[in-house]
Design a protein around this ligand. Structure first.
Ligand code: FE2
Length: 505
């Protein structure tokens, strides 16, 4: 236990130090372009990661004007320490049965000097209310209509990947029924490794834990890291840098949303995905299982998840006869971004066909369609003002709202493992102390201080009208913030003031 004490405090201090030293990015004007980035298979960029389908920036191609040497050295030290003095220690007892005591043990006074502890979502006060979680908070994105008044969460895509010993598999489906009088959903059945478990039957509570473990795992690995970091965010940054010259109006608009993405992605990919990294040591999958899941789910990506209204219509949750509070907030945030994209682009593309006549926009779309699995839904041959503005809004939403929902917002969910375990053990035990401590520290570091979306970026504009449009966007965000503050706050409420401008530390 002395070794565990030393390990725990060493890594707690390391996490706290990173939290303390991290400062919001200063985003300079786009510089003259160097060599274009040519994405390569992940296996070539990081030889320890046997994944070919995922394309990333080769570390040698990280743009010089986005390179932060001090940050790179700290991460190299961290990755070296993973093997030299691992935060994991086999054979530790499980965490305390009392969730508050378990949290207090892992989330120390030192952590709390930099960031407040998580709140318990109302849905977790008693036995988890899956019907409420289907429309409130991060898991609302998974709800889809089956027909009539039947809905589901489908995590069957998590089945079949190699697990650590002693864990239950995560292929889970949760069936919901709509109560039209009360305009709410109720979970009625869970198909999982325990069989088909109906509400009220023995095993229902355990099946709910398995469902929430699957939701949390899919959200962190597939939606957040694969979808936002490795696919949407990375490829948007590559195409924007490669195809839009520094003085192009769209480059200036998107610059704060993409600046420094390649280096940030490179270091967090190593910290989380390498053997001994956060993903393998906290979630259910072995290193091989995790790599295969990333490889497979990369091909299934759909950019439309970053357009809450279109996505809701596809999933059948748009005006479907029940309350959708999280979806409503996401639509309100998207609409502010969409209006801004239209106002700004109108300054430079007012003429009919102006968008299609811009060769840089065409090349940008071609590269996005080549890099992003299943494309971006807009081709250079059919792009017009409306489709360009909506696509730009989707990208702004991706790196701000979507990233916050899937990253920092999980702070209030993922640490309550008595409700949503990070691993479900066959023998019913709770997570070992090292697994839980690492989960806490990994989530802690998702909350490092980063450049806010609500910040004056008008210095990046090409001209006075462009600067005015950027400032008008800030006023719209502020107005939405004020109107949202008139309603009671819940842990899942996502305010404009909480959003960061990009996915990078
Ligand atoms: Fe992230």
């Amino acid at each position: 236990m002395i070794m565990w004490f030393l390990r725990r405090w060493f890594w707690n201090f390391f996490g706290w130090l990173k939290m303390s030293l991290n400062k919001p990015l200063v985003i300079p004007l786009p510089a003259g372009d160097g060599t274009p980035i040519t994405p390569v298979p992940l296996r070539e960029a990081v030889p320890q990661l046997p994944i070919d389908t995922i394309l990333v920036c080769d570390p040698a191609q990280i743009p010089r004007d986005e390179f932060n040497k001090a940050q790179m050295l700290v991460y190299k030290l961290q990755i070296w320490l993973y093997s030299a003095f691992s935060p994991m220690q086999a054979g530790l007892p499980p965490i305390d049965a009392d969730p508050v005591r378990a949290l207090n043990k892992a989330y120390t006074w030192l952590h709390r000097t930099r960031f407040a502890p998580p709140e318990l979502p109302a849905e977790y006060l008693g036995s988890p209310d899956l019907g409420s979680l289907a429309v409130r908070g991060p898991y609302a994105c998974y709800l889809q209509r089956l027909g009539d008044d039947r809905y589901e969460w489908d995590f069957s895509s998590l089945e079949g990947y190699e697990l650590h010993d002693g864990l239950r598999p995560l292929g889970v489906k949760v069936s919901f029924e709509l109560n039209r009088q009360r305009r709410m959903l109720q979970a009625v059945r869970i198909d999982c490794a325990l069989g088909a478990v109906e509400v009220g039957q023995p095993g229902w509570e355990q099946a709910k834990k398995l469902a929430l473990c699957a939701a949390s795992t899919h959200l962190s690995l597939v939606r957040h890291f694969n979808g936002v970091h490795l696919i949407g965010g990375a490829h948007l940054a590559v195409a924007t840098r490669n195809q839009l010259p520094p003085a192009h109006p769209l480059r200036r608009l998107l610059w704060p949303y993409v600046y420094a993405t390649q280096q940030s992605n490179d270091i967090v990919t190593r910290g989380q995905m390498l053997p001994g990294g956060d993903f393998e040591t906290t979630f259910s999958f072995t290193f091989d299982g995790m790599c295969k899941l990333f490889e497979d789910s990369y091909a299934d990506y759909r950019l439309v998840v970053n357009d809450p209204e279109c996505d809701a219509k596809i999933r059948g949750t748009w005006q479907a006869g029940f309350v959708t509070p999280s979806q409503d907030i996401q639509v309100a945030l998207f609409e502010v971004m969409h209006a801004h994209a239209r106002d700004y682009l109108q300054l430079y593309y007012a003429e009919p066909h102006a968008v299609r006549n811009d060769a840089s926009i065409g090349a940008w779309l071609d590269q996005l369609n080549a890099l992003i699995p299943n494309g971006v839904g807009v081709l250079c041959s059919d792009v017009d003002f409306d489709s360009l503005a909506r696509l730009v809004a989707r990208f702004m939403y991706l790196v701000t709202v979507q990233h916050e929902l899937l990253g920092s917002c999980m702070w209030h969910y993922q640490l309550w493992t008595h409700r949503q375990p990070v691993r479900v053990y066959l023998n019913g035990q709770r997570e070992p102390r090292d697994v839980y401590q690492r989960l806490v520290n990994a989530n802690y570091n998702l909350n490092v201080s980063r450049r806010a979306l609500m910040h004056d970026f008008s210095y990046l504009a090409l001209d006075a009208p462009g600067a005015a449009a950027m400032q008008a966007f800030q006023r719209s965000l502020q107005e939405l913030q004020v109107s949202m503050e008139r309603s009671p706050r819940a842990v899942w409420t996502l305010y404009p003031g909480a959003l960061k401008v990009n996915i990078n530390a």
